[in-house]
Design a protein around this ligand. Structure first.
Ligand SMILES: [Zn+2]
Length: 103
């Protein structure tokens, strides 16, 4: 969860995305307000910038927590998690559940 204030303008820019950037759930379908997520958490030095913020459902936000890496189950190698503003492939959900490759 965010420790710093997110301005109204920045929050509007994020909510224009209208869906969780990790699992792609749309707010109007799940019926629960989506949250602003720091992709790289503030506890790891992530800034409150548009590049580092995305819209996320509560489940994705809680599952991800402050992690930016995970252990790839098939190889045991630590790999970087999906970055919604930099990566095109969304492998977050499967990777966090431990049953898909990040490669
Ligand atoms: Zn989600």
């Amino acid at each position: 969860m965010s420790k710093s204030h997110i301005s109204v303008k920045r929050h509007q820019q994020i909510t224009e995305q209208s869906r969780s950037r990790y699992c792609q759930s749309q707010q109007h379908i799940i019926g629960i307000l989506l949250t602003a997520d720091h992709i790289i958490s503030e506890s790891l030095g992530g800034m409150t910038t548009l590049e580092n913020l995305c819209l996320a459902c509560w489940d994705c936000n809680l599952i991800k927590g402050n992690r930016i890496t995970a252990i790839e189950p098939q190889t045991g190698i630590t790999v970087r998690l999906f970055h919604p503003n930099r990566s095109r492939r969304n492998i977050f959900v499967g990777a966090m559940m431990g049953y898909t490759s990040l490669a």
